[in-house]
Write a protein that binds this ligand. Structure first.
Ligand SMILES: Nc1ncnc2c1ncn2[C@@H]1O[C@H](COP(=O)(O)OP(=O)(O)OP(=O)(O)O)[C@@H](O)[C@H]1O
Length: 333
């Protein structure tokens, strides 16, 4: 192939290849009996540049472990297998040094608990300024000015004063916002946001979601946004992955998922959303618990209104039932 054709092919691939491609991701922890307990099983999804993927599911379904895998931060003796393709390389094959270079610079994560990410003995402004010095090559004065701008952008009042505070001097909500400012400061290619706004009041929540969208438009950042609240991702996500007990059970564009939810669990989640047009006496509840799982077959079967013997026979796999719309349920044709 000639040089021009080759270059065109490579450019076309660069435009179409997703930034992140997770294939068959499994995270497991050793059990007392000497075996392994998988908390995430065979998960596959992709995120393109400028795209937001919402990862939704109830507490304990494996959302955080999925995100920590992308940062190389799965705790303890957790074992991660599969492939995490990022710009064409497999992150699971990286050395610890390569992980350290990647974190913060190319992939940044905002956690539910901000103290995880902050240095307790450095002022908040200085911490953000350090990021800007390293990533943008700014000097001391400029980096501090930009840090103050970022604190203002995440809704922190008197940002110049707050910049001089240490993390423990800020309230929980302020700390959360300061951590978000720090993650966004380095303009990561991929932002992993784990329930970042849950503890904040609705006005600040909306402000932070707007800030993420703004930065995404400006820099082409990809976002993986984890939440148990489908309403939050409906505003923000282009695609949604619904997880149940460590597995992906439905994966589709936001429109597909809200217009035609196929998995009974997704349908249940959507019914739990308050709808001003739907007059109901009380909100829908998905009865049962994630912790109660059948020994084999579909993990949702014990809570599913449609479950029959065929559901309990074998675990359904995620399959494409319409272009770009995947579901793991034998009841869906
Ligand atoms: N260090 C660990 N060792 C063993 N199991 C763990 C460890 N950390 C988490 N788990 C288990 O992994 C499973 C998935 O947890 P994870 O935190 O990913 O869920 P989640 O969907 O993010 O929940 P939440 O919304 O409550 O954060 C849970 O069953 C949890 O008990």
């Amino acid at each position: 192939m000639g040089f021009v054709a080759n270059t065109l092919r490579l450019n076309a691939e660069a435009q179409t290849a997703p930034l992140l491609s997770v294939d068959d991701l499994t995270v497991s922890f050793p059990t007392k009996g000497g075996g392994h307990n998988a908390v995430v099983t065979g998960l596959s999804y992709q995120i393109a540049q400028s795209e937001t993927l919402g990862v939704v599911g109830e507490s304990g379904c494996g959302k955080t472990m999925t995100s920590l895998s992308l940062m190389g931060l799965v705790p303890g003796r957790g074992r991660v297998t599969g492939r995490i393709g990022f710009e064409g390389r497999d992150l699971l094959q990286q050395s610890e040094k390569q992980w350290r270079d990647l974190r913060g610079r190319e992939v940044a994560m905002i956690f539910q608990e901000p103290m995880t990410a902050m240095n307790p003995v450095m002022s908040v402004g200085q911490q953000i300024a350090e990021v800007l010095k390293v990533h943008e090559g700014l000097g001391q004065r400029d980096s501090l000015d930009r840090a103050i701008d970022l604190l203002k952008a995440v809704g922190i009042p008197s940002p110049a004063q707050r910049a001089r505070d240490f993390p423990h001097q800020l309230s929980g909500g302020m700390r959360q916002r300061a951590m978000i400012a720090m993650a966004l400061a380095c303009r990561p290619k991929l932002l992993v946001a784990d329930e970042p706004t849950t503890a904040l009041d609705v006005t600040i929540q909306a402000q932070i979601l707007d800030l993420i969208i703004e930065l995404q438009e400006e820099t082409g950042m990809a976002v993986q946004f984890i939440t148990h609240n489908l309403a939050v991702v409906s505003e923000l996500a282009h695609k949604i992955l619904v997880m149940y007990a460590g597995r992906g059970v439905e994966y589709a564009t936001s429109e597909q998922l809200f217009d035609q939810p196929l998995h009974p669990y997704t349908q249940g989640l959507i019914q739990t959303l308050p709808d001003p047009d739907r007059k109901v006496d009380r909100l829908h509840v998905i009865h049962g618990s994630l912790r109660v799982q059948p020994a084999q077959g579909c993990r949702f079967a014990s809570r599913c209104p449609l479950a029959s013997d065929e559901c309990r026979a074998a675990e359904p796999i995620l399959r494409e039932v319409a272009p770009g719309h995947f579901v793991a349920c034998v009841k869906v044709n």
